[in-house]
Design a protein around this ligand. Sequence first.
Ligand code: CP
Ligand code: NVA
Length: 301
Amino acid sequence: MTRHFLTLLDLEQADLEKLIRRAIELKTLHSAGEAYAPFPGRVLGMIFDKASTRTRVSFETAMAHFGGHAIFLSPRDTQLGRGEPVEDSARVLSSMVDAVMIRTFSHELVERFAEYSSVPVINALTDKCHPCQLLADIQAYTEQRGDIIGRTVAWIGDGNNMCHSYINAATQFNFKLNIATPPGYEPDAAIVAAAGDRISLSHSPQEAASGVDLIATDVWASMGQEEEQKKRERDFAGYEVNQKLMDIANDDALFTHCLPAHRGEEVSAEVIDGPQSITWIAAENRLHSQKALLEYLLLNS
Ligand code: CP
Ligand code: NVA
């Protein structure tokens, strides 16, 4: 059976835990300068309908380290961008490459692509979720503080794709998640309901941050919402993660942001560039955790 990674819920909990441990191992191997190239000749197709720095570079580098190759496909240059049906593109691309990574707007498009693909499909961000970022975030937390199981995390800001993936992570890694959003920016009710009583929702960043082990946030206007930037700046006033908010969390609490960040909006420079921030570790971990993901999908499919 072809395995896909469209949300964190696609993998068993035990497999996700193994994947994080493997990502840590692969990072150690890489720092020791040891070459590990299990996939000579294997090819990853990378479809990008939205901008990216980390996702593109981490997947492309992962395939290079693994002895394989990655092909960057933009809508400007492919027939998919000119309206070729996603089903047809999926059939043809998957007959040539060994895995496909997609960053796009509609989550349904990725689901449809996966349905018609004969090789693993990875969600590299949709409007609904961003599971790859969570692998890197969980790896970073685990490296710094040990297992995240049983801890409490606060999500401050927009109930967006990253927030949805934090909700799925709360289920899969078994932690509590306090979410604070402005009214009208709550996460999808069905995603929240599926996670049960691990999730608490409020409109108070202070309430959400109280006694937590990790605070995470993201931009107020995601890709595709640029024209709402000004309105969102007004609506999200008071939702900045600053030192005052970090001080409400536990003494050894950490901070993370998937990046790109807007200092002075969702996070202060003092916090993102300060000693509690694992943002940069998580960003680097995109490389190692996605190597573990590629290994898992290509060796198990
Ligand atoms: N965090 C993240 O996915 O970054 P990019 O948009 O640069 O890929
Ligand atoms: N929520 C952001 C995440 C970027 C990695 C966006 O979708 O633009």
